[in-house]
Write a protein that binds this ligand. Structure first.
Ligand code: SAH
Ligand code: F3S
Length: 473
């Protein structure tokens, strides 16, 4: 690569760290390196894959880059640097990025100064193996390395790719101001990492130990978000309800965030059933700003499988939480995550999952075939012994079941009014707005004289499995 300056200040990290070990550096740099002249400023295009946590991390990366004098751009054709912020949760998430990299390499052939970086969970998961698959990648950076981004971009030269793959249990980025797109809903990371170690899951290995951002910092963030015009705050964490900053638990956090002047709605994702405490349920029941909606990942309806997954709850305990929630918050909408075809899952185990879904009747569900991930406990200890075709059959069965249940639940709201926070113009019709109901259902209705950001009552006249359609009441 030509005309790169300044030369690397950091030597690249050892690319040979064992894949299955969590490595932590002891300190974190407190000051971000800023670039000293306009010539070194680069146009950075970031493409985001995977979950909301990654969307939120992209906002964080934009904040770090712009603080250091780089610019983030929306048009890839204007980019000097292309960063992929990646996901490692299932194999197909990684395959998608590898395919994208092949495509980006064509760009690089046309412009040899173009820098291509892979950031996030897949970078942390594949480490130097990523460079074997895509030797033209210049930068491989895990989720705890983003403070080094501006420096890494300047350091990349013809020779060595830049690797930053150490996890840092102290890194919470609490002092960084993310750059968000304008909007109605702001995602706020309140916790990073995960301590749960579910056997199927790569997250603890690629995002490290759980750490919570102090409540006072979060409430200041929320005040700023309200000043910027956001109406709804969605609190984010891998097991968001295990939040604990050594002084406050998750229930207190919900109340404190909801009480910030101007906050109209608060949601959170994803809680873990083992941390579904009374203080969380109390806030769901009694705090007016906290939306009556809960995503509560189940994973399996067989206690035997849950044990093999190390989920730390039984089916009976999960069911008890659901009954308690529905008793205390009758209008609550529940959604979930389910995995089929996990190691050793028999037809009988699967039938139990199917029956539990029939019994609970979730409003919606995210359903997945089990995907074996190198480095996880299941990958080491259990056998991925359900065939691909059997996984597909089981998945299709529960998808069909859930589609029917979602459609039924939605159609039961015909004739009722739901309160909707107006988010924008509907994609299909300029004369219509869309927004989410309190229960997080997409709702579409004719604009009349409402404004984006208003909360309006919409009377529902028709529904699909995924949408409510109505008119201002
Ligand atoms: N606590 C996190 C979980 C992240 S992973 C959260 O915020 O939701 C999201 C979902 O992906 C999990 O709940 C699980 O259902 C699914 N998942 C995780 N690892 C998987 C794997 N190896 N194969 C298939 N699905 C998986
Ligand atoms: Fe993964 Fe289980 Fe944590 S699903 S993110 S290890 S709670």
């Amino acid at each position: 690569m030509k005309n790169r300056s300044p030369l690397p200040i950091y030597t690249p990290q050892s690319p040979s760290l064992p894949n299955d070990k969590l490595m932590y550096k002891n300190t974190k740099p407190k000051n971000n390196t800023s670039i000293d002249d306009e010539q070194s400023a680069r146009n950075v295009y970031i493409e985001t894959y995977g979950c909301q946590m990654n969307v939120s991390d992209t906002e964080l990366m934009s904040g770090i880059l712009s603080q250091a004098g780089h610019r983030t751009v929306n048009n890839i054709d204007n980019a000097d640097v292309i960063l992929l912020n990646t996901c490692a949760i299932r194999e197909n998430a990684e395959t998608k990025v590898i395919n994208r990299l092949v495509h980006l390499n064509h760009r690089k052939r046309r412009n040899e100064d173009l820098i291509i970086g892979v950031c996030g969970c897949m970078a942390q998961h594949l480490r130097d193996k990523l460079l074997e698959a895509a030797p033209y990648v210049d930068l491989v950076m895990g989720p705890d390395g983003y403070r080094d981004l501006p420096m890494a971009i300047n350091a990349v030269t013809t020779g060595d790719p830049f690797l930053s793959l150490q996890l840092d249990k102290n890194e919470d980025y609490a002092d960084i101001a993310p750059i968000r797109k304008e909007g109605i809903r702001a995602w706020l990371t309140i916790q990073r990492g995960c301590d749960k170690m579910c056997t199927f899951c790569i997250v603890p290995f690629v995002r490290g130990r759980e750490r919570s951002i102090p409540l006072d910092i979060l409430t200041d963030d929320v005040k700023r978000l309200v000043d910027e015009g956001f109406k709804e705050i969605v609190l984010l964490g891998q097991t968001v309800n295990s939040y604990n900053d050594n002084k406050h638990d998750f229930g207190e956090l919900l109340w404190r965030v909801a009480e910030v002047d101007g906050v109209q709605r608060v949601r959170f994702t994803s809680p873990h059933p083992a941390n579904a405490t009374d203080s969380m349920i109390d806030a769901l029941e009694n705090c007016p700003q906290v939306c009556k909606q809960l995503h509560l990942p189940l994973q399996s309806g067989s206690t035997r499988v849950l044990e093999n997954m190390r989920r730390t709850y039984t089916v009976e305990q999960y069911r008890d939480i659901v009954y308690k929630l529905r008793e205390r918050v009758p209008q609550i909408a529940l959604s979930t995550d389910v995995i089929v075809g996990f190691c050793g899952e028999t037809e009988e185990d699967f039938r139990q999952t199917y029956q539990l879904m029939e019994e609970v009747r979730f409003d919606t569900a995210f359903m997945f075939k089990y995907s074996d991930r190198e480095g996880t406990l299941a990958n080491k200890m259990l056998s991925d012994d359900v065939s691909e075709s059997e996984k597909a059959r089981r998945l299709n069965e529960i998808i069909d079941l859930q589609e029917g249940i979602s459609a039924d639940i939605n159609s039961a709201s015909i004739g009722a009014s739901v309160s909707v926070l107006v988010e924008g113009k509907s994609r299909r019709n300029d004369e219509e707005y869309y927004g989410k109901s309190d229960t997080f259902k997409t709702t579409v209705f004719p604009k009349e004289d409402t404004q984006i950001g208003d909360i309006v009552e919409v009377k529902i006249h028709s529904t699909t499995a995924h949408t409510l359609i109505g008119e201002i009441a």
